[in-house]
Design a protein around this ligand. Sequence first.
Ligand SMILES: [Zn+2]
Length: 131
Amino acid sequence: MSNELGLVLQVVGRLKGKQNGTFNGRDKWEVVCPYCGRKSGMIGRVKTGDYFLYACPACNTSTSLKNMVHEKMPDLKYVLTHNENSWYPIQNTSSKKGITKKKRSFKEKQETRSIAQEIMMRGRSGEISNQ
Ligand SMILES: [Zn+2]
């Protein structure tokens, strides 16, 4: 959650927003809507407090904060990159670990291969210069 609050503050700063009142009993921020440009956007937490949502009654937008960031400020996604779990719901933890491991070993293989190619090329050019 703390990471997502960090994202909220970044978004609020970018959208010239300010904390104003409450929504579902928690802090609410009023911002300039990135979709329609009016000052009617708002960021607040859902009732359960699990995640933030973005809403704008002027252009009838109602989405999660993450989705809004994804669509309008993809460069801010880095704020959450060290907490991937909040971006991608995990259905099966063990299979996700397996995929990560597979990707890593594949990358390692590629790196090893390119290093080997480099050594071979150096070896060849060395042979040529020796002749
Ligand atoms: Zn709007």
